[in-house]
Design a protein around this ligand. Structure first.
Ligand code: NAD
Length: 415
């Protein structure tokens, strides 16, 4: 097994759940593999008239509790194993939040920053067409992830609707509010990261207004997570993106940084902050570290150097199994991805319900229901972790896997 392969990591976590729950190896084999996998080619005509062919994937890990649900990632290193791992984590995340979904994930191997908006539209429409036989409001419902956004989802919904011949708002979530999106969806993942992060500070008896934090990744999840922490009084001393990292010992003005990044596309160069090595940034002596970018950033190589007592996983799979061992030994509080960043799929669920019913809820309703449902999951995880004396990740995974295993048992095997 390799530390760099997120699928190995995901399977190790499942193995630990099997050890605790005691289900048989056939069930493990069933859960460690995807139910259905599709690889597609995406021929693209670039704006300059040249042609190239991109690769895309859609992996449906499990449907036992309902249709597949999971984002679509556009990134240069997307591959089958990464998408498989992300699809498996979606199954657990949806089960942990008690949503009527299985898990799925998609991706296109492409660096979206190197393509024009019209090229991205063509990529999205062709990808959607290729995966259209296996998606749909009752089959599998995509959403944004790294490198995709609400505009991507608008194109996806439009393409699927054209294929069907009528508008199908419920085919994907994370859409703009004007075309069937939900209020509160854009910031939902970040809000959930802040809700759980602030609970973690409370559990460790750290006053947020005296606390410091670091956020890795300043995209859809990281930027608003930093903002919510900032609004709660947490001093965010450093943030990074794929281009570099910045630091200020007295804290970075996050709302101003968001405006700066909207103009320049990068955090580096923000007036008043100094550049810092992105690897060194992860090791700063702060109260809370929020990895909100990619997988495998906290590994066996740097785990010993991580000073923060609390790690809140905005990203999916940022901590490898080797790093987890170190963090458990050092009694760090790791709020696992399937709990910390579950606000996104939770409000996606609310969006899907609204889209299917063509009936819209207020922002206040969304926020109240998000907080209530996430706190329920938080309390379930804390209680299980305390009762069984296990890490939060183990508690969250076991609770989720148990629900899926029970559903499998109740539905039975066919034929
Ligand atoms: P995004 O594309 O909007 O932003 C990603 C950010 O990470 C960018 O600032 C990018 O520059 C930065 N980044 C990329 N590689 C980096 C690296 N090696 N080091 C430092 N920064 C790097 O993506 P996002 O939607 O914010 O997703 C971030 C993470 O959150 C992913 O793991 C994703 O799966 C997870 N997630 C997203 C959602 C959602 O609703 N968008 C929900 C749950 C989980």
């Amino acid at each position: 097994m390799s530390e760099a392969n997120p699928l190995d990591n995901a399977r190790k976590q499942l193995k630990e759940a099997q050890r605790i729950l005691g289900f048989n190896d056939a069930t493990f084999d069933n859960l460690m593999t995807s139910r259905r996998e599709l690889a597609v080619t995406i021929p693209l005509q670039r704006d300059d008239g040249t042609e190239e062919v991109l690769r895309g994937f859609r992996v449906q890990h499990n449907f036992t509790r309902g249709p597949g649900k999971g984002g679509v990632r556009y990134a240069p290193n997307v591959n089958f194993d990464e998408v498989r791992a992300l699809a498996m984590w979606m199954t657990w995340k949806c089960a942990l939040l008690d949503l009527p979904y299985g898990g799925a994930k998609g991706g296109v191997t492409v660096d979206p920053t190197k393509y024009s908006k019209t090229e991205l539209e063509r990529i999205t429409r062709r990808y959607t067409t290729e995966i259209s036989p296996i998606i749909g409001p009752e089959k599998d419902i995509p959403a944004p992830d790294m490198g995709t956004d609400s505009q991507t989802m608008a194109w996806m919904m439009d393409t699927y609707s054209l294929i069907k011949g009528y508008t199908v708002l419920g085919v994907c979530t994370g859409k703009p509010v004007d075309v069937g999106g939900s209020l509160g969806r854009e910031e939902s993942t970040s809000l959930g990261v802040a809700i759980t992060g602030l609970e973690a500070l409370k559990a460790r008896k750290i006053d947020p207004t005296q606390a410091t934090g670091v956020v890795q990744g300043f995209g859809k999840v990281g930027a608003d997570a930093a903002r919510f922490f900032h609004e709660a009084g947490v001093t965010i001393v450093a943030v990074s993106d794929v281009y570099g990292a910045i630091y200020h010992k007295n804290g970075i003005n996050i709302p101003e940084l968001k405006k700066y990044v909207a103009g320049t596309g990068k955090v580096v160069g923000f007036p008043g902050a100094s550049p810092i090595d992105p690897e060194e940034m992860l090791t700063l002596d702060v109260d809370v570290l929020v990895p909100a970018a990619v997988e495998n950033v906290l590994t066996g190589d740097n785990a010993e150097d991580i000073a923060a007592p609390i790690i809140v996983e905005g990203a999916n799979g940022p901590t490898t199994a080797a790093a987890d061992e170190v963090f458990n030994r050092k009694n760090k509080m790791v709020v696992p991805d399937i709990l910390a960043n579950s606000g996104g799929v939770l409000v996606s669920y609310y969006e899907w319900v609204q889209s299917n019913q063509a009936h819209w809820w207020s922002l206040q309703q969304i926020h109240e229901q998000q907080r209530e449902r996430m706190m329920r999951a938080w309390n379930d995880v804390i209680k299980y972790a305390q009762d069984k004396d296990v890490a939060y990740r183990t508690a969250a995974t076991v609770l989720a896997v148990e629900r899926v295993v029970n559903a499998h048992r109740l539905r039975g095997l066919y034929p």
